[in-house]
Design a protein around this ligand. Structure first.
Ligand SMILES: *[C@@H]1O[C@H](CO)[C@@H](O)[C@H](O)[C@H]1NC(C)=O
Ligand SMILES: *[C@@H]1O[C@H](CO)[C@@H](O)[C@H](O)[C@H]1NC(C)=O
Ligand SMILES: *[C@@H]1O[C@H](CO)[C@@H](O)[C@H](O)[C@H]1NC(C)=O
Ligand SMILES: *[C@@H]1O[C@H](CO)[C@@H](O)[C@H](O)[C@H]1NC(C)=O
Ligand SMILES: *[C@@H]1O[C@H](CO)[C@@H](O)[C@H](O)[C@H]1NC(C)=O
Length: 441
């Protein structure tokens, strides 16, 4: 019995690169960039930045192939849904403003839309140009995390859980070995992330590892320290709201437009986001389905809106995370994730109700609650409206919010000069480094 039921369950929750069912109405895909060079490295590393063809933080050829395979996988999964001929009205692609995510998006699209017949414009190149949109980093509230004082304060308040402190004691000898060989002068075991990241990037790209790097060290990091690091346990409602909640809110808005057919002849079927492991994590945290494992290169989340006569509108969440163990897209499998308190096929109304508490109405305002006067009257009225009017009228509320914000001096201040590009920290491994929480990897 036992042997029979386990594979059965597995089959139920997983999906090879089969086609999406005909109930599909709309899909959001969000993926991590492919293999990259290290973001930075330690002083004693023999492989410094000049040993990488394009320097630090760049997509490698391995990474290009991983993303291309993802494009082939998506092509296959959505072959009944998205035209194999590229149609500009069906898909909208947005990337963070980083070289490696922009290049990843282009690699995915190269796999997904190889031109055929009429779209062949140069017989020597099985490729066609497809637009990838982006936003400056300091304005990208959706996929990145521009400065947020409320989150910073939260982070300061809970830097050292008992679990973390005991881990510091347990791994202090590993820390001193690493400090000795790297000359990185780390003060906490949770800071070794960027070093492990650099060493593993080198290894994946056939560069020689130093003798002192042991498997014990790697598994101590991946299996024990990383899952406990504060980043990985960040899932209280405020963090969920001010991080991934923004994406969930955007998705629901998109579905509304879709369901209400607001734009005539609306053809859009897929929103595609090219981003970072931090983006994938914050979305999974917001949905409360994160497995607390590190997010591999080219991992992809698919959030699908379906409709059937029996169930009405319902939501499915899928995670494809086997890109490292299965480089060939034909072998890759997606896992269906279940939201707590909902079915695997989660009815749309229920989904929206479960997510309501973590969707920010104004992320900027919620990030600066104590740092500037907020007109609480306006805010309360808007919240009351939003809650009471429900799904059908929320678009109208959004328009009102937008109009009010547009005319407030604060809104103008936000767009002009409040945040400058220099305030965005240089990117360093974020999830891997408890000290560099705001950066992307
Ligand atoms: C935690 O944060 C407080 C306040 O910011 C600081 O004084 C303390 O040293 C920090 N503790 C650790 C273990 O980092
Ligand atoms: C520290 O590093 C030196 C070489 O840089 C090595 O000879 C020595 O054994 C190391 N000590 C420890 C405690 O790892
Ligand atoms: C570590 O400390 C040594 C000695 O103070 C210094 O020379 C070195 O630059 C420091 N390394 C880093 C990465 O700060
Ligand atoms: C949306 O509008 C298009 C074009 O006007 C129409 O063909 C389609 O049936 C509408 N869909 C729904 C769900 O109303
Ligand atoms: C992929 O995600 C599933 C579902 O959360 C999980 O069971 C599995 O261990 C993950 N695999 C990897 C390689 O992270």
């Amino acid at each position: 019995m036992w042997q029979l039921s386990v594979p059965f369950l597995f089959a139920f929750h997983s999906l090879a690169s089969t086609q999406a069912p005909e109930t599909l109405q709309f899909v959001h895909t969000l993926y991590r960039h492919g293999d990259r060079s290290p973001i930075r490295t330690f002083p004693a590393d023999q492989h410094q930045e000049d040993t990488w063809p394009q320097g630090f933080g760049q997509l490698t050829q391995i990474g290009m192939r991983q993303e291309f395979e993802l494009g082939l996988w998506l092509r296959k999964r959505y072959s009944n849904f998205i035209s194999s001929e590229y149609l500009r009205d069906q898909i909208y692609v947005r990337s963070t403003d980083y070289d490696r995510t922009l290049m990843s998006a282009q690699s995915v699209l190269a796999g997904m839309f190889q031109p055929n017949s009429d779209q062949i414009w140069n017989p020597k190149i099985p490729w066609q140009p497809i637009p990838v949109h982006t936003k400056p980093r300091f304005e990208d509230w959706l996929l990145l995390d521009p400065p947020c004082p409320v989150l910073d304060r939260l982070k300061e308040e809970r830097n050292a859980s008992e679990e973390e402190l005991s881990m510091e004691r347990q791994y202090s000898s590993i820390l001193s070995v690493i400090n000795n060989y790297t000359q990185a002068n780390l003060t906490s075991i949770f800071q070794i992330g960027y070093i492990m990241d650099a060493l593993l990037c080198e290894r994946r790209n056939n560069r020689k590892s130093p003798e002192w790097l042991s498997d014990t060290m790697i598994s101590a990091w991946y299996d024990h320290i990383l899952p406990v690091s504060s980043r990985h346990s960040n899932q209280d409602p405020i963090q969920r709201k001010l991080l991934g909640g923004v994406i969930v809110g955007e998705m629901i808005n998109e579905w509304r437009l879709q369901l209400e057919n607001i734009t005539e002849k609306r053809q859009l079927k897929m929103m595609m986001y090219s981003a970072h492991d931090s983006t994938v994590m914050k979305l999974l945290f917001a949905l409360d389905v994160f497995n607390r494992r590190s997010v591999p290169y080219s991992a992809c989340v698919m959030i699908e809106l379906h409709y059937s006569n029996q169930l009405g509108n319902f939501v499915q969440i899928w995670l494809k995370n086997d890109t490292i163990s299965q480089p060939d897209f034909r072998q890759q499998i997606a896992h269906q994730l279940q939201i707590k308190g909902c079915e695997l096929n989660c009815p749309l109304d229920k989904f929206v109700n479960l997510m309501k508490p973590i969707i920010p109405i104004d992320r900027y305002r919620d990030c600066h609650v104590d740092t500037e006067a907020v007109s609480s009257d306006t805010r309360d009225i808007l919240i009351a409206l939003f809650v009471s009017l429900g799904l059908a009228s929320a678009v109208a509320v959004a328009i009102i919010c937008f109009a009010i914000r547009k005319h407030s001096p604060r809104h103008r201040a936000r767009n002009f000069g409040r945040m400058r590009a220099e305030q965005i920290p240089e990117e360093v491994p974020m999830m891997l480094n408890a000290d560099d929480d705001d950066d992307e990897i």
